[in-house]
Design a protein around this ligand. Structure first.
Ligand code: CA
Length: 148
């Protein structure tokens, strides 16, 4: 079971995603705007965030930027708009881990969620990590994270 925060303002999308993620055995918290999403992330810990780009009050891009600025490395899967190549690029540059483009199939989304959760650093691995400049190395997994 993973704790997932879903930040999405469309009720239909909220319901569909939450139902499917809960069916997969995850615990899902939903927020409907960017600033509530950011506040929730800064006060609770999650294994993964599913973040829409177009949100009221604060865009998904701003949420990613602010979160990473504060050193929070929760994996982020962004929901981008169809045909907006710039969305994907900007999202990834700001520190998102992956994205799916709307409209997406639920199977694809679930597959990407599961892939990100498998890749995530397990709890307790933090003491095996070392940061040099903008590169963090995880000696347990020999994975390198570049945070530039
Ligand atoms: Ca939206």
């Amino acid at each position: 079971m993973a704790r997932i925060l879903l930040v999405e303002d469309e009720p239909k999308m909220q319901r569909g995603l939450r139902d499917n993620l809960e069916f997969e055995g995850h615990k899902v918290t939903v927020q409907g705007d960017g600033s509530s999403g950011l506040q929730t992330l800064l006060h609770e810990s999650f294994d993964l965030v599913i973040l829409d780009v177009m949100l009221p009050q604060m865009s998904g891009f701003d949420v990613v930027r602010k979160l990473r600025e504060k050193g929070n490395r929760t994996p982020i899967l962004m929901l981008t708009a169809k045909g907006e190549e710039i969305d994907k690029v900007l999202g990834l540059e700001l520190g998102a881990d992956d994205y799916v483009t709307k409209p997406f199939s639920l199977r694809e989304l679930i597959a990407r969620v599961n892939a990100l959760l498998r890749r995530a650093v397990p709890p307790g691995a933090a003491d095996t990590m070392m940061t040099l400049g903008n590169i963090t190395v995880n000696f347990a997994s020999y994975r390198r994270y570049c945070t530039a």
